[in-house]
Design a protein around this ligand. Structure first.
Ligand code: NI
Length: 227
């Protein structure tokens, strides 16, 4: 399932991000691609260990932690420190699947990539092309969101970024190891939680069926969670 979270960053924060990112020194993305991906990746990335990437990444992580829809959809156990990329002048990333395991920077631990996320930091009218095309059960979907919006998709999906033929596409991207490994289980929990939240608004959180459904949610989560 592909989940869009609108306005993770409000417009004024996107402007602040872009002011800093547009002055940053970018490096060739092929430096960090795997053996296969190296031949299909022609974009630019911000050095991960740089002060700017760390500061902006931490800001995104704080936003994610306080975002109920993100937490419900991803059930995050570990989030990879957000990275930043820029596509311009025909830059693209051909079809690939993200690596299953990522070494966490500066740590011994690694992360299993259950979910991949992209936060758009350019408005769609500011560049031509650059769609993130994600292959799913129901075919390929082209994603091009407003600046500040996030898309979340299973890391097992084949995906690509189409060439940016005009302007620049700036994004943040990262991976999540979820407390619930199985995409189907995680989707059921997300759908159930969204329904409970809607019923809670309709009937009030004191309603006995809201309590029963919340209990079912937690009992399902207990079946599937990996801590
Ligand atoms: Ni990818």
């Amino acid at each position: 399932m592909l989940i869009v979270i609108e306005n993770l960053l409000p417009p004024e924060e996107v402007v602040q991000f872009r002011q800093q990112l547009d002055q940053a020194e970018w490096e060739a993305g092929s430096k960090t691609a795997g053996e296969v991906a190296r031949f299909v990746k022609t974009n630019q990335q911000l050095p991960d260990e740089g002060e700017l990437a760390v500061a902006l990444g931490n800001h995104i992580l704080r936003k994610l932690g306080n975002h109920p829809q993100f937490v419900s959809a991803a059930l995050p156990k570990t989030i990879y420190p957000p990275k930043f990329n820029r596509y311009a002048e025909g830059g693209h990333y051909g079809i690939h699947v993200d690596s299953a395991v990522m070494q966490l920077p500066g740590q011994r631990d690694s992360l299993r990539t259950d979910l991949s996320a992209t936060v758009f930091l350019s408005n769609p009218e500011d560049y031509e092309g650059g769609e993130l095309v994600i292959e799913g059960k129901f075919g390929a979907q082209a994603v091009k969101l407003n600046a500040g919006d996030l898309v979340l998709y299973p890391s097992s999906s084949l995906h690509q970024v189409l060439p940016v033929t005009e302007g620049a596409r700036v994004c943040s991207f990262f991976w999540i190891q979820s407390l619930v490994r199985d995409d189907a289980h995680r989707e059921l929990l997300y759908d159930l939680d969204q329904s409970i939240q809607a019923i809670r608004v309709e009937c009030g959180s004191q309603h006995s069926e809201v309590s029963r459904l919340t209990g079912i949610y937690h009992n399902l989560l207990r079946q599937w969670v990996e801590c």
